[in-house]
Design a protein around this ligand. Structure first.
Ligand SMILES: *Cc1c(COP(=O)(O)O)cnc(C)c1O
Length: 374
């Protein structure tokens, strides 16, 4: 079957000049034994959650001829309840807003706060979609280099915010692909300076981190939008649910640009059930954190370095050639991600069995020198 991502757009069509230099985004799709390249939760939904989802869907089927709840009222209540519980910060449903993955949330924010000539700013290396979505929405993207330990150089950041005046500032914490967090006092310093910006604090991996969520800051900072997703911790990547937490008067801007009925009835049903069962799903999160620590230790014992991570993935190296290491792993049916950081690869924590297999296979590749460290 033809893959639309590999077909060039007819050059005679008036494609937007913003898009001329873009390639369709996406990780390679390869059928492998160990899929460790897109930071999904490797476990299936627990059986009891699957059963409850089916029952809840059956109840909604008679109403599928009607448009979904445009205000996603019940879902926003469940999101607020869940986050209030895990963060101990009281959040009400007017401060929550959901869409088809947090990528759609990011897109709604970019659309809502756009004007010709505006800039967006991020701290590289970081999640590449921040830049891609910004540029596709007409923003000029300003990339500020992180320090060699991947932390944000706060003095430089504050300086650049004042000189570049970005309309939107992106901070992913834990950061993808590096796994490290931005501390809350650093975010506060940025919020104090960035009075005329929208600050997106992307907590896609928040559940895996020991750093507290930034949702406690929304009461004080109208320009702060915390974004989160059910794709990673909730074993829900296929369901496509992400959400934003901010003041109601901030989220109202997203209401202006969301497509009519953007969140389907079935998506809302699935998400509500999963959120109500968060305690069962958190057990998978605890296992993944345990296995991340186990893998980090095992890799270090084998002479590799692992960048300390607060997420469900980590950067590991240092390889003579990350490309050769990537290919050697793929040859034994292990798919990781080459994120363009010299000498390093990114690996998603797999199942516990997968973690042991990964260590064994990587050990063998090092022993017979198919992978070389620098
Ligand atoms: C995975 C990821 C997302 C969003 O994923 P969705 O599936 O669209 O919710 C957002 N930000 C970061 C940093 C991510 O790694």
């Amino acid at each position: 079957m033809a893959n639309i991502e590999n077909i060039n757009v007819n050059p005679e069509l008036p494609l937007s000049s913003r898009l001329k230099r873009f390639k369709a985004y996406g990780a390679p799709v390869v059928d492998v034994e160990l899929k460790m390249n897109t930071n999904e939760n490797p476990y299936q939904l627990p059986e009891e959650v699957k059963t409850e989802i089916l029952a809840a869907l059956a109840l909604e089927l008679p109403d599928l001829n009607r448009y979904p709840d445009r205000l996603q009222g019940e879902l926003r209540i469940e999101i607020a309840k869940y986050l209030s519980k895990i963060t101990q910060v009281p959040i009400n449903s007017n401060q929550a807003w959901a869409a088809n993955g947090s990528n759609e949330i990011l897109n709604q924010i970019l659309l809502a706060f756009y004007d010709p000539g505006v800039k967006a700013m991020g701290f590289t290396p970081s999640y590449s979609m921040h830049q891609i979505l910004s540029e596709q929405n007409g923003y000029q993207y300003v990339n500020i280099e992180r320090r060699s330990d991947f932390s944000i150089d706060l003095a430089l950041a504050l300086d650049k915010i004042q000189s570049e005046k970005p309309r939107i500032i992106f901070i992913a914490s834990p950061n993808n692909p590096t796994g490290n967090v931005t501390k809350q006092y650093e975010l506060v310093e940025i919020l104090k300076i960035a009075k005329n910006s929208i600050v997106i604090f992307d907590e896609a991996y928040g559940e895996f981190s020991s750093e507290p969520s930034a949702v406690n800051l929304i009461a004080q900072y109208p320009q702060l939008i915390v974004t989160r997703t059910m794709s990673k911790a909730f074993a829900f990547a296929g369901a496509r649910v992400g959400y934003a937490i901010a003041q109601a008067e901030t989220l109202a801007a997203l209401g202006l640009v969301r497509l009519p009925y953007h969140l389907s009835t079935q998506t809302q049903v699935l998400a509500k059930v999963a959120l109500r069962n968060f305690e069962v799903l958190q057990m998978q999160v605890q296992q993944i954190i345990k296995d991340r620590k186990f893998m980090q230790q095992a890799l270090e014992n084998m002479g590799l370095s692992v960048i300390p991570s607060d997420a469900n993935f980590f950067l590991f190296g240092r390889f003579k050639s990350s490309q050769k290491a990537f290919e050697a792993l793929l040859n034994v049916s292990i798919l990781v991600r080459d994120v363009g950081i010299d000498g390093f690869l990114r690996a998603t924590v797999p199942t516990t069995a997968g973690a042991h297999l990964f260590i064994k296979e990587l050990g063998a590749l090092l022993d017979n020198r198919e992978i070389e460290l620098s």
